[in-house]
Design a protein around this ligand. Structure first.
Ligand SMILES: [Zn+2]
Length: 227
């Protein structure tokens, strides 16, 4: 039954490779999360810029309307003055008061437009910075991801070689347990306890495990046990 014992030895090698693959896949997932986070920052900066542009357009629109209203009132004043009557002059004076009020409001509006223009510029700069950071991050992550991908492929090849030395039955059990506990399907018995789940292993089972002659699993976590 030396064959099973060798099979178990080879299985530890398979697990070692699987652990590497799991770590690298986690690394890839982490890089992807980082890329998404950078993307989200850029999208937020774009939204902030659009919001400020929209505010600026609104203020510019209000200012344009106000200027048109002033032109209309100016024309009206000239018309009233042209009448040359006292009533016309009185009405013209009223209109001029209104023009003064509107012009004061117009100055406030111009100030608001200037501030809004500056805010748009700030948002444009922020967006550009975020995009530069994103580009650098994506490039750096792409390099790390390529290395991880390469390591995964090399490790998968080594895993295939090691797996060929494991009996199909043992490998099938391993694959099933490994699917639930990626890279951690094997456990040792340490002083009567499962090294993975710390569940107690009775003496009888521990003896069988030490013999290394058959597939034995932890009654608590179902991992494959080895001495
Ligand atoms: Zn266990």
């Amino acid at each position: 039954m030396a064959e099973f014992s060798e099979s178990l030895d080879a299985l530890w090698s398979v697990q070692k490779h699987d652990a590497v693959i799991v770590r690298q896949r986690e690394q890839l997932a982490k890089l992807e999360r980082e890329n998404q986070a950078e993307h989200a920052k850029v999208e937020a900066a774009k939204a902030a810029l659009e919001e400020r542009k929209s505010k600026l357009r609104k203020l510019q629109g209000e200012h344009k309307e106000l200027e048109q209203e002033l032109l209309r009132l100016d024309a009206r004043v000239k018309q009233l003055e042209a009448q040359g009557t006292e009533a016309g002059m009185e009405a013209a004076a009223k209109q001029r008061n209104k023009i003064d009020e509107l012009e004061t409001g117009g100055l406030d509006l111009l100030t608001a437009v200037t501030i809004a223009e500056q805010e748009v510029q700030v948002a444009e700069t922020e967006l550009k910075q975020k995009q530069e950071i994103q580009a650098a991050k994506l490039k750096a992550n792409a390099d790390v991801a390529a290395a991880a991908q390469q390591l995964i492929e090399a490790t998968e090849a080594a895993r295939t070689t090691a797996a060929a030395l494991v009996t199909p039955k043992l490998l099938a059990v391993y694959d099933e347990v490994n699917a639930r506990n990626p890279g951690k399907a094997l456990a040792k018995i340490a002083e009567g306890f499962c090294s993975a789940c710390s569940g107690e292993i009775n003496t009888q089972l521990a003896m069988q495990v030490r013999a290394r002659k058959e597939i034995l699993r932890c009654p608590h976590c179902t991992r494959i046990l080895d001495a």
